[in-house]
Design a protein around this ligand. Structure first.
Ligand SMILES: Cc1cc2nc3c(=O)[nH]c(=O)nc-3n(C[C@H](O)[C@H](O)[C@H](O)COP(=O)(O)O)c2cc1C
Length: 321
């Protein structure tokens, strides 16, 4: 399937994740085999007001291609202008429109998943982005607002008619947030409703077998969020399974420690200290998952504030086992 002009068969995509999918994390996932990257979402309103922290999210590198910049908003004028800015500033391969964010401050004011309550507004938002850019436009969404208003089977053909390049569906409703399990049984029905529209499955795809199930359900691509946050090497495992039908052994504790340290250095170099030290704390859990006698190490990692002390503490960990 196409991402901009780049053709990738059965792509493994890294999900857009606010405060996670920053440049060092995207690079790491790409190193581990992610085929397609998305930026964190960018507020159209903030971008057109030239808010520096939002504009900075337009920065991408050649190594990351194909990559999409994700925008959220609902005011057509702002969306059109922000799309033009994203294209001019970042020159991504495509622009993705967020129609799935469930958090109250975004969905509640009609942006993100709030657009699912009014498909005409959603159409207007996507059309505005298409007017603002010459790049292909993609959409990422959920099944609908709640169980009583699932609109995806109506939405998919509408977006196909609008000429979007691909559709990513997180197989939950907005009301579900992250509760329950993503319902992949919708995937073949979406494909049937819009056969020509490339479909990317999202939600609870954590293992190589999960990815295979979604491809077997007729999806053209899969998108991985939280599992990549915990195990950025999951892309390598998925690709190996798809190519050879066998599961790679899990990286050893020593390998995971070194991956963690490399990620920590890149993260702190990008975010600075002490901010990067604090924001990296959410990543330790994934790297240390399954390790024995880890409680004291975890406590130390939540208190240490010097990067070299942290590295030393992580490297010393095996001695305690
Ligand atoms: C920390 C975090 C931040 C997220 N930020 C975004 C975002 O900026 N844009 C977006 O479309 N989805 C965002 N999501 C949703 C994910 O892209 C994805 O749709 C969701 O986590 C389900 O996939 P998963 O089960 O593989 O995690 C975020 C999710 C998490 C956990």
């Amino acid at each position: 399937m196409l991402f901009g002009k780049i053709d990738i068969a059965r792509p493994l995509c890294l999900a857009p994740m606010e405060d996670v999918s920053d440049p060092p994390f995207r690079r790491l996932c790409k190193d581990y085999g992610a085929d397609v990257l998305y930026t964190e979402f960018v507020s159209c309103e903030a971008a057109i007001r030239n808010v520096k922290s939002e504009i900075a999210k337009f920065d991408i590198t050649e190594y990351e291609r194909p990559i999409g910049i994700q925008l959220y908003g609902s005011n057509p004028d702002s969306m059109e202008r922000a799309a033009a800015l994203a294209e001019a500033a970042g020159a991504p391969d495509f622009i993705d429109v967020n129609c799935g964010c469930w958090v109250r401050k975004i969905a509640g004011r009609g942006d993100g998943a709030g657009l699912l309550r009014d498909l005409n507004r959603l159409r207007g938002a996507v059309a505005a982005v298409q007017r603002g850019t010459s790049l292909p436009v993609t959409v990422k969404t959920r099944l609908g607002w709640d169980d009583g208003s699932i609109v995806i089977l109506e939405l998919a053909p509408m977006l196909a008619d609008m000429g979007i390049q691909s559709l990513t569906v997180h197989c939950r409703t907005r009301a579900q947030g992250y509760s329950g399990k993503a319902d992949w049984t919708w995937l073949p029905r979406i494909k049937e409703a819009a056969p020509s529209l490339p479909l990317i499955a999202n939600g609870d795809i954590c293992t190589p077998q999960d990815a295979e199930i979604c491809f077997n359900l007729g999806c053209d691509g899969v998108m991985i969020g939280r599992a990549a946050m915990e195990q950025p090497w999951v892309f390598r495992a998925m690709r190996h399974y798809m190519d050879y039908g066998e599961l790679l052994p899990e990286p050893s504790l020593d390998e995971r420690k070194e991956m963690c340290i490399a990620h920590l250095y890149a993260h702190v170099a990008f975010r600075g200290t002490p901010r990067g030290i604090y924001s990296f704390r959410r990543h330790y859990g994934g790297y240390l998952k399954g390790a024995a006698y880890v409680a004291q190490l975890r406590r130390d990692l939540m208190t240490l504030t010097d990067v070299e002390d942290i590295v030393e503490r992580i490297r010393a960990f095996e001695d305690e086992r």
